[in-house]
Design a protein around this ligand. Structure first.
Ligand SMILES: Nc1nc2c(ncn2[C@@H]2O[C@H](COP(=O)(O)OP(=O)(O)OP(=O)(O)O)[C@@H](O)[C@H]2O)c(=O)[nH]1
Length: 622
C-alpha cells in the first residue's frame, strides 16, 4: 500500500483532471485512474552525500507506482503519457514528495531533489506555479528544492526548456540536469540551460576505479562543469574504491547504494564503510571509533508481544529503550519507553495493541552505526540531524550484525576526553595537534600498512620577516598558514611541528599532489597582503642573513616536501621523517614556491614559478 493518500485541495483537482482524461476502456486506463483516485503512489528517498566529508546534503524523491506493471516510474510515466495525463502525474508526484519530505525528520534540514519531466515542463505547467505554493505552504524555502530535469524522449524545443529552467531559477529553485552522459540531449541541454548541478549517469561512476576511460571522461566533465559554474553529482555509487576516485576528481556529491538504498522515510547513511575516505579523514587524533561506545544491551525479538514488552518496561524501570533484533542479528528498530507507554495510554491503546508483535510499535528508524565509524562522525551524525528523542542512544552493528548500544551521555564523555587530550598536545598558537599527536598519527598509518602521502610544509624567509616587522606579525602569518592548510586539507590531518613548520597527511594519496599545488597557489596569491605596500612593490624586504650581513629577501614562499608512502613499504617512523626532511630540503634547494614529491619509483619536483613542465624527475628515492 502507498503512503497516506490524502493531500490538499489542489492535489484533488489535479487528480480529478487526470481522471477525466483517462479512457477506462483498457485495464491500464482503469488502473491508472484508480492510482490517481487513491493516490496509490509511493515516494522513496535516497540521500545525496558530500563526497569529501560524507555529510548528507539532500535527498532525491523517487516515485513508485503500486506493485504490478506500473511500479517502475518510467512505465508509469509512459502510461500517463499514453492517456494524456503526464503533466498531472508529474505535478502530483512532486507535490506528494514535498509533503512527505516536509513531514519527515529530514524535512527541517537538507535539500529535496525533485524529478520533473521535460515533457511536462514544456507544456508550461510549471508556469502555473503548482509546486511553488506547495513548498511555501509547507514552510520549505524554495532554495532547498532542486528541480532535476529528466527526459522521456528527445527534446525538440530546447529554447522553451531553457526558458523553463530560468523560470525555476528565478523562483529560487536550483536546477540539476539528470543522467548527463546517457540522455538524448545531455550536452546541448547543458550548454543552453546553465543548470546549477549536473548529475553524471551511473555508467561513468560504476567501476571508475578500474577504468581509465571512465576516469578521463569524468575528469573532463568535472572540468567543464566547474568552468561553467555547475556542481557535479555522481549517480549509482556502490563501491568505496569508486568514491576515492570521485573525491580525487573533486566531484562534489554522490548518491548510491554505498550510502543508502531508497527508503520511504529519508534514510541517513548509517553504515559508513570503514574505508570511506570521509570516514578515514574524520578519524580524530586518538583514532577512536564507535566500538569504544558499545555496551552490551538486552534486545527484543520482533515477535515479542506488546504485552510482554510492557511487562519488561514495568519490571526494569531503569532501562529506557530496547533494540529489536532478528535472531540472525539484523537490527529492525528500537522501542523507546516514553513513546511506547504513551501509545498504550491512549484510549483503548492497550486493548488494541497488547496481542500485536512489538514491531508494530517500534521506531523503525533509529540511528544505526557501524562499530568502525569514527567517534567524531557519530557525534556529527547526532548533532547535525534532527533525530529528536532518538539522540538518546545509537545502535551499534558490526558488518550489519547487532553488537550493543552506545548512549549519548557516554559519547559526550568520550568526545570531551578526546578534546581535553588534544588540547593538551596542541600548539598554542595555531591550536593544531603538535609533535606527539603528529608522531602518533604517522605511526598509526605505518602500522595499518595503508598508502598515504605526508606533506612537510615550511615557510621560506620567515625569520627576516619576523625580524623586520614583529613577532606578532609573524604570528599572523603562522595562523594564516594554519587556516590555509586546514581549508585545503578538506578535513584531513594537519599538524603544527612548531615555528613555521607544518605537516599535512592525506590518506587519499592521489590527492597529495593536488593539495600541494593548491597550497602553493593560494599561499603565493595571498602572502602579499601581509607586507606594506612599499615592500610589496619592491618584491621583498632588506634584512640580515644568518651571518649578520645585510641582504634582500624576497616575499615569503612555501616549500613543501611530500612523501608518497606506498602500502606496506615502510614501518619505521624515523625512516619516514628522514624522507620528509629530504623532500623538504630538495624543495628548499629548488627555491621559491616549490613542492617536491618523493616516490618509490622516482622523485619529482614541481615549481610553478619556473614554468612548464611542472614535474621534473631528478633521481630515485629508494
Ligand atoms: N612569530 C613567531 N615566530 C616564531 C614562532 N616560533 C618560532 N618562530 C621564529 O621562526 C623563525 C624560524 O627561523 P627559520 O627556520 O630560520 O625560518 P626561515 O627564515 O624561514 O628559514 P628556513 O625555514 O630555513 O627557510 C625564528 O626566527 C623563530 O624565532 C612563533 O610561534 N611565532
Amino acid at each position: 500500500m502507498s503512503q497516506s493518500g490524502t493531500c490538499c485541495q489542489r492535489c484533488q483537482e489535479i487528480a480529478d483532471s487526470a481522471c477525466t482524461k483517462i479512457a477506462t476502456a483498457s485495464a491500464e486506463g482503469t488502473e491508472l485512474r484508480r492510482i490517481f483516485r487513491e493516490r496509490d503512489l509511493t515516494t522513496l528517498f535516497q540521500p545525496l552525500v558530500a563526497c569529501d566529508s560524507g555529510r548528507v546534503l539532500g535527498w532525491e524523491a523517487l516515485l513508485r507506482g503500486p506493485h504490478g506493471p506500473l511500479h517502475r516510474p518510467l512505465d508509469l510515466f509512459r502510461a500517463a503519457e499514453r492517456h494524456g495525463c503526464l503533466v498531472e502525474l508529474d505535478v502530483l508526484s512532486q507535490r506528494l514528495a514535498i509533503r512527505r519530505f516536509a513531514e519527515s525528520p529530514a524535512g527541517s534540514d537538507g535539500s529535496l531533489f525533485l524529478n520533473v519531466m521535460i515533457e511536462s515542463v514544456q507544456t508550461g505547467a510549471h508556469l502555473h506555479n503548482l509546486t511553488g505554493p506547495c513548498v511555501e505552504n509547507l514552510g520549505m524555502d524554495s532554495n532547498r528544492v532542486v528541480m532535476e530535469i529528466s527526459e522521456l524522449h528527445p527534446t525538440a524545443d530546447i529554447g522553451a526548456l531553457a526558458q523553463a529552467v530560468s523560470h525555476f531559477q528565478r523562483e529560487g529553485f536550483r536546477v540539476a540536469l539528470d543522467d548527463v552522459g546517457a540522455g538524448y540531449n545531455g550536452l546541448r541541454l547543458w550548454a543552453e540551460t546553465r543548470p546549477d548541478m549536473i548529475k553524471v549517469d551511473r555508467y561513468f561512476v560504476h567501476g571508475i576505479h578500474a577504468s581509465d576511460e571512465k576516469r578521463r571522461f569524468l575528469e573532463a566533465i568535472v572540468r567543464l562543469a566547474h568552468s561553467l559554474g555547475s556542481q557535479v553529482v555522481g549517480e549509482g555509487l556502490e563501491e568505496a574504491a569508486d568514491l576515492e576516485v570521485l573525491v580525487g576528481l573533486n566531484v562534489e556529491m554522490a548518491q548510491g547504494y554505498l550510502y543508502a538504498h531508497p527508503a520511504p522515510v529519508p534514510p541517513f547513511p548509517t553504515h559508513t564503510p570503514a574505508d570511506h575516505p570521509a570516514t578515514r579523514r574524520d578519524e580524530g587524533p586518538t583514532g577512536q571509533t564507535a566500538r569504544t561506545l558499545a555496551e552490551p544491551h538486552e534486545s527484543l525479538l520482533p515477535f515479542h508481544s506488546v504485552a510482554d514488552v510492557a511487562d519488561i518496561f514495568l519490571r526494569v524501570p531503569h532501562i529506557d529503550f530496547y533494540p529489536v533484533v532478528k535472531p540472525d542479528g539484523q537490527v529492525l528498530g528500537m522501542v523507546w519507553r516514553r513513546e511506547f507507554m504513551n501509545r498504550l495510554l491512549y484510549r483503548y491503546g492497550y486493548d488494541l495493541f497488547h496481542r500485536k508483535p512489538i514491531n508494530r510499535l517500534m521506531d523503525r528508524h533509529p540511528i544505526i552505526v557501524d562499530v568502525r565509524t569514527p567517534l567524531e562522525t557519530v557525534s556529527r551524525l547526532i548533532t547535525d540531524s534532527d533525530f529528536g528523542h532518538r539522540k538518546e542512544a545509537v545502535i551499534l552493528v558490526d558488518n550489519g550484525r547487532y553488537v550493543g548500544v552506545g548512549t549519548f551521555t557516554e559519547l559526550l564523555r568520550l568526545i570531551t576526553d578526546i578534546k581535553v587530550q588534544s588540547a593538551h598536545y596542541a600548539n598554542p598558537l595555531s591550536g593544531l595537534p603538535g609533535n606527539i599527536p603528529i608522531r602518533a598519527e604517522l605511526q598509526r598509518l605505518l602500522d595499518e600498512g595503508r598508502a598515504f602521502t605526508a606533506l612537510y610544509i615550511d615557510l621560506d624567509h620567515f625569520k627576516p620577516y619576523n625580524d623586520h616587522y614583529s613577532y606578532e606579525d609573524g604570528d599572523k602569518i603562522i595562523r594564516h598558514v594554519s587556516h590555509l592548510l586546514q581549508r585545503v586539507s578538506g578535513g584531513e590531518f594537519v599538524g603544527h611541528i612548531g615555528g613555521d613548520d607544518f605537516v599535512l597527511i592525506t590518506r587519499l594519496s592521489s590527492r597529495g599532489e593536488a593539495i600541494a599545488a593548491q597550497l602553493i597557489a593560494e599561499f603565493a596569491s595571498s602572502i602579499g597582503r601581509f607586507y606594506s605596500a612599499v615592500d610589496r612593490e619592491a618584491g621583498g624586504i632588506v634584512g640580515k642573513d644568518r651571518q649578520g650581513e645585510p641582504r634582500r629577501f624576497p616575499l615569503m614562499s612555501l616549500s613543501i616536501g611530500a612523501v608518497h608512502v606506498r602500502a606496506d613499504t615502510l614501518s619505521h617512523q624515523q625512516h619516514l621523517s628522514s624522507l620528509m626532511t629530504r623532500a623538504k630540503k630538495a624543495a628548499k634547494a629548488a627555491g621559491g614556491n616549490t613542492w617536491y614529491l618523493l616516490e618509490n619509483d622516482g622523485p619529482q619536483v614541481a615549481n610553478p614559478e619556473n614554468g612548464n613542465p611542472p614535474f621534473v624527475s631528478v633521481a630515485n628515492a629508494t
